[in-house]
Each structure stands twice: as structure tokens, then as C-alpha cells.
Design a protein around this ligand. Structure first.
Ligand SMILES: Cc1cc2nc3c(=O)[nH]c(=O)nc-3n(C[C@H](O)[C@H](O)[C@H](O)COP(=O)(O)OP(=O)(O)OC[C@H]3O[C@@H](n4cnc5c(N)ncnc54)[C@H](O)[C@@H]3O)c2cc1C
Length: 380
């Protein structure tokens, strides 16, 4: 009998396995694929970390806790992160820019506010229109999911976790003394507690999840740049642009495809996570025009790719005991923001499972009590 079984080893499941192994639990993790495959929400090569966050001050403690983890990991494994800093550029009255500025100022985070003249010296490729501001968050960074996943897995295994890939789970049966997990090959495992971190597939094991989230497909695009150096991760911060209707996030160039941008037009809602076709929106040319006017020097589009993620209505992550269960927990509904927060979320969940008072409040980050898929558990 294991202490904890983790169902799904994407970003969240991998961090839960490590956090549980650190507590000395006998943990087994299972994934139907490789754990960071292109169909999962953890697919792709890069993610953004920011401390002066556009979701506001509630997130700052969890982000700071996660930053401690990222600092420690990248000091041991430099390939896991580039310390690029982050830029939030745009209209100061835009709610996301305003929240980031408020988070930086009210939480006393190191930051700089730059005007058009200062930006033209430091990052001339970003063109500010009159009235735009730029907030620079030096704690921002570019996280590298494949490198991170590999190192977090290895750390979990070094602490005794058993992680199994290409091992789809078909059923979980609960009893008062634990649960029985059935794999597709008929094998059965027993565990006292189960964590479902199966991303967009979590509804198979927590039926209420299906009504608690929407599966949305984000389409990312890569554009060529005039040179790898100025647009590369040693010079070019990650960031977000919000100037009128021109809205996108940007990532430095890490390969021959050039820089990556996420053009923020409404994401398509899809019925299942395997829907990775790239459908360009009807206003695509207009969106690219806005991009190229504000981020200069970009050349042709070199690639596009689609990823599916589960979103809750208020973007808060689902973390807690699964509704109507005794020993089944849910951590899912990443809402496009869970990668950067994964260390803090996993630590919090393992504390709850252990019956401990969580060392950090995640109010405002995880869904409020009464949500259909999870029951609120705040400690003993
Ligand atoms: C395009 C995109 C951009 C993003 N950008 C950012 C960003 O910049 N910063 C940020 O912080 N966050 C970002 N996010 C969010 C973040 O990447 C996700 O929230 C996070 O990776 C979700 O991970 P997960 O572990 O919940 O799910 P997943 O990675 O989807 O993992 C679920 C796993 O469960 C497994 N599984 C499914 N069914 C079974 C089964 N029956 N048995 C066993 N295993 C099973 C799957 O194989 C999969 O590996 C982004 C997300 C997307 C899609």
C-alpha cells in the first residue's frame, strides 16, 4: 500500500510527487504518456514567470514561495531558467497593467517604471505609443518546462518516488482504507490517498471537474527576428503588451524559429484536449499588424502550434479534496497560469493531505469554497 498515488505527471503532478517525497511519503506517480508531451498543457519549450503579476497582490506570496524554488533549482541546474526580467507594457489604466503596478508598489517588489525615452535606450524594439508605460519586474524569468520536468522528476526519484510513464489509469475505486487504482494493462495498485493531476483529462476521475472548467485552445506563433542576440534570453525580457486592442505576451528567442508570441484574442473552446489543429482567427492579419507596429523588427511567421488547457471561470486553480470523496484530491484547472505556481501549489496540497496547517495561504489563488469540483479544506 502506497501513501500517495499521483495520477498524471505533467507540471503539477511532478511537483506533487516531489513535495510528497520530501515529506517522506511513499509516493507512486503514473502518466499515460511521457508526462510533458505536446498534447498536455505542459507541452512546449517555454513559460513566463512574473512576480509583479497581472492577477494582483493575492498571488504575490505564492509567487514568492515558488520563486525560492525556481532560484534553488536553477542554481543547481542552470538550463532550467533564464533570468530575463519581465516587461509589462501598455496603457496604465488597462486592468492588467494597473494590477501589476499595484502588486509591485504595494508589496514593495523591486521594479522600475520606464517611459518611452528610457525604453528606446534599453529595449528599442518595443515601441511605446503616447500614454503607454512600461513596468520592469527584475524577478521575471523564462522557465524551460522540459528541463524543469526532467530535474524535478529526478529529484523526486532520488528521494524514493516511483514514477511510471506510458501507464494509463482506467479506474479508481475508493474504500474506507484507501483506493485501488487500475491500469490499462489490468495491473492494480493500492494507495491510502490519491491526487488527480490529470490536467484536462481530470474529469475521468473527478466527474464534477468537467462542469467546473472550460477547455480552451491557445494558438502560439513564432516570428523571425533580425538577430538572435538582441531578441535572445540574455537581452530580451519576457512580457506582456496591452496597448488598446493590441494584446499579446512575448517570449525571447530560444531556437531557430525566432521569438514566440501569444496573441490574446478569445481562445476557442474545444470539446476534448487532443484538438490541436491550428485555426487562425479571422482577424489574424490585424492582430499581426498590431504586433509588428509595437514590437519592431519581426519578420515572417515561422511556426504556429496549439495547446489545450482547462480554465475555471475566474482563473483560480482547483485545489482541494475532490467533491464527495474521502481520500481523493484534485489539483487541476491551471487556467494558463499554473506552471509558475506549481511549487507552491504542490507544497500546499501535500500539507493538506498530511492534515497539516498550510504554511502559506492560497486564498485568492485557488477556487473559493463551494466550487463544484473541490471541497474547501483549510487545515486540521
Ligand atoms: C499555451 C500555454 C501557455 C501557458 N503559459 C504559461 C505561462 O507562461 N506561465 C505559467 O505559469 N503557466 C502557463 N501555462 C499554464 C501551465 O503550463 C499549465 O497550467 C500547467 O502546465 C498544467 O499542468 P498540469 O499538470 O495540470 O496538466 P498537464 O500538463 O496537461 O498534465 C496532465 C497529465 O495527465 C496525464 N493523464 C491524463 N489522463 C491520464 C490517465 N488516464 N492516466 C494517467 N495519466 C493521465 C497526461 O498524459 C498529462 O501528462 C500555459 C499553458 C498553455 C497551454
Amino acid at each position: 500500500m502506497h501513501d500517495l498515488a499521483v495520477v498524471g505527471l505533467g507540471a503539477l503532478g511532478t511537483h506533487v510527487a516531489l513535495a510528497a517525497a520530501r515529506k517522506g511519503l511513499d509516493v507512486v506517480g503514473l502518466d499515460s504518456g511521457t508526462g510533458d508531451h505536446e498534447h498536455s498543457a505542459t507541452g512546449g519549450r517555454t513559460r513566463i514567470f512574473r512576480l509583479a503579476y497581472t492577477f494582483g497582490t493575492d498571488y504575490v506570496p505564492a509567487l514568492q514561495r515558488s520563486l525560492t524554488f525556481w532560484n534553488n533549482l536553477s542554481s543547481r541546474y542552470p538550463e532550467t531558467r533564464f533570468e530575463t526580467g519581465a516587461l509589462m507594457i501598455g496603457d496604465p489604466t488597462d486592468p492588467e497593467i494597473a494590477k501589476a503596478v499595484t502588486a509591485a508598489q504595494s508589496c514593495n517588489l523591486p521594479h522600475e517604471l520606464l517611459d518611452a525615452s528610457a525604453m528606446s535606450t534599453r529595449w528599442p524594439m518595443h515601441h511605446l505609443v503616447p500614454g503607454d508605460i512600461a513596468l520592469y519586474d527584475p524577478a521575471g524569468s523564462l522557465l524551460i518546462p522540459p528541463a524543469i520536468t526532467a530535474r524535478v522528476r529526478a529529484d523526486a526519484e532520488a528521494l524514493g518516488a516511483t514514477l511510471r510513464f506510458h501507464s494509463p489509469i482506467t479506474a479508481i475505486k475508493e474504500s474506507s482504507r484507501g483506493s485501488t487504482i487500475t491500469l490499462s494493462n489490468g495491473e492494480e495498485l493500492r494507495s491510502r490517498q490519491i491526487v488527480v493531476t490529470a490536467g484536462a483529462w481530470s474529469g475521468r476521475f473527478v466527474p464534477e471537474f468537467t462542469n467546473a472548467v472550460e477547455l480552451r485552445r491557445a494558438i502560439l506563433h513564432w516570428f523571425s527576428t533580425p538577430n538572435d542576440f538582441e531578441y535572445g534570453p540574455t537581452q530580451f525580457p519576457v512580457g506582456l503588451r496591452r496597448t488598446g486592442n493590441v494584446r499579446y505576451s512575448f517570449f525571447p528567442q530560444v531556437d531557430a524559429n525566432g521569438i514566440k508570441v501569444n496573441l490574446h484574442s478569445p481562445k476557442q473552446v474545444v470539446p476534448h484536449p487532443e484538438m490541436r489543429e491550428v485555426n487562425l482567427p479571422s482577424d489574424f492579419d490585424e492582430l499581426v499588424g498590431g504586433l509588428k507596429r509595437t514590437l519592431t523588427g519581426l519578420g515572417r511567421r515561422t511556426a504556429s502550434a496549439a495547446y489545450v488547457e482547462s480554465y475555471t471561470p475566474d482563473y483560480r486553480i482547483l485545489l482541494g479534496r475532490a467533491a464527495n470523496t474521502k481520500n481523493r484530491w484534485l489539483l487541476a484547472g491551471g487556467s494558463g497560469q499554473a506552471f509558475k505556481l506549481a511549487p507552491a501549489l504542490a507544497e500546499h496540497l501535500v500539507e493538506l493531505i498530511q492534515g497539516e496547517m498550510p504554511s502559506l495561504s492560497l486564498d485568492g489563488v485557488i477556487r473559493s469554497p463551494g466550487t463544484p469540483a473541490v471541497e474547501a479544506v483549510r487545515g486540521p
